[in-house]
Design a protein around this ligand. Sequence first.
Ligand SMILES: *[C@@H]1O[C@H](CO)[C@@H](O)[C@H](O)[C@H]1NC(C)=O
Ligand SMILES: *[C@@H]1O[C@H](CO)[C@@H](O)[C@H](O)[C@H]1NC(C)=O
Ligand SMILES: *[C@@H]1O[C@H](CO)[C@@H](O)[C@H](O)[C@H]1NC(C)=O
Length: 384
Amino acid sequence: MQARLVAMEEGKEPSLPISNQPRAFPRSLRFCSVILGLGIVFTVFSIFMSRHFSFENVVIPATSSKIHLCFQQSNDFQSWIRPPLNVWHRMSDAQLLWRASFDPQIKSYPFERVPKIAFMFLTRGPLPMAPLWERFFKGHEQMYSIYIHALPTYNETYPPFSPFYQRQIPSKVTEWGMMSMCNAERRLLANALLDMSNEWFILLSEACIPLQSFPAVYLYISNSRLSFMEIYDDPGPCGRGRYNHNMEPVVNLTNWRKGSQWFEIDRKLAVDIIKDDTYYPKFEQFCRPACYVDEHYFQTMLSIRSPQLLANRTLTWVDWSQGGPHPTTYTKADVTKEFFTKIAKKQTCTYNNQPSKACLFFARKFAPETLDTLLEHSLEYFGY
Ligand SMILES: *[C@@H]1O[C@H](CO)[C@@H](O)[C@H](O)[C@H]1NC(C)=O
Ligand SMILES: *[C@@H]1O[C@H](CO)[C@@H](O)[C@H](O)[C@H]1NC(C)=O
Ligand SMILES: *[C@@H]1O[C@H](CO)[C@@H](O)[C@H](O)[C@H]1NC(C)=O
């Protein structure tokens, strides 16, 4: 039977009557050309579809050639390391945090990776200091990325040549001292983690300015063994006084820490923060005003988990000397050469186990009216 079939396909069946031969041969040929034609049409169609439509949006019946094309697409190494072209997306917070928690476990990267600093701006609306920041960033395009969390009702107006153009991430309403503030910070971190090249993460406000040039900031952060988050144990009513014993034993009174919201952390700590589901529920439930959660959650959590990775100080200078719940906001009359010299002179800290006089690289809070003066003197004051 097997031999007979093979013989038939080859058109060499010796027992067939001679009169049948001319008809049988063209019929199988015709059948073959139809199959061949259909194959060509389908291949052209598949190529056309794959070139012109993204796979997510087009449903084509699964065929072997289609599956083959899909695999070629998603196995392409570039597609794993390329940052998202657009920071806008339709992921929910839960989807975003989950996706951002995928982090390389092999730390020697098999491609040329220039580690970047992610500058994450937590704002209400516009960034009045944007022109100053643009000057700071100019010429260092490969070494930073920008993310902006604004009120959801705010539509950005940055021109296409600005580094702030289309860097606003999907945002939600945030309230001072509430968990929504930490959620916004986690959202910024998660969006920034999606870019494999981001190695350090700085949280800034619209009232922050850079006190030194980009290369100075980059060198300082990239060579530091520790992350810069202000963390201290305040025994008073605004420190331990905000602790709630219902957090035991996940967080005990002796673990309770306080510090400024404005931090610089590395990729490991950023992942630790976005993946946390141990401390988050405790802080969400038991740290509500007058417990200001953005001054306690990351500070306490990280000093329980990774105290050896923290410098316990911030890079962002601020003036609390006037008292009250908010620090001083500087106006046009304040931003003189003497003012910045005074800030520079005051500094003493420890950097990589050595005493250092370079401690502060950003400062707040500056009113929008200071911009013109700062732009005029940025080279003299800050070196950029
Ligand atoms: C922002 O833009 C959207 C769509 O272009 C518009 O519907 C909305 O009203 C704008 N919001 C503000 C606050 O301008
Ligand atoms: C809190 O205290 C309990 C009891 O002493 C201990 O088991 C637990 O490990 C402590 N928690 C932390 C985060 O240190
Ligand atoms: C930061 O504080 C933690 C305790 O919260 C401590 O273990 C660590 O050594 C401190 N780091 C530095 C650099 O002082």
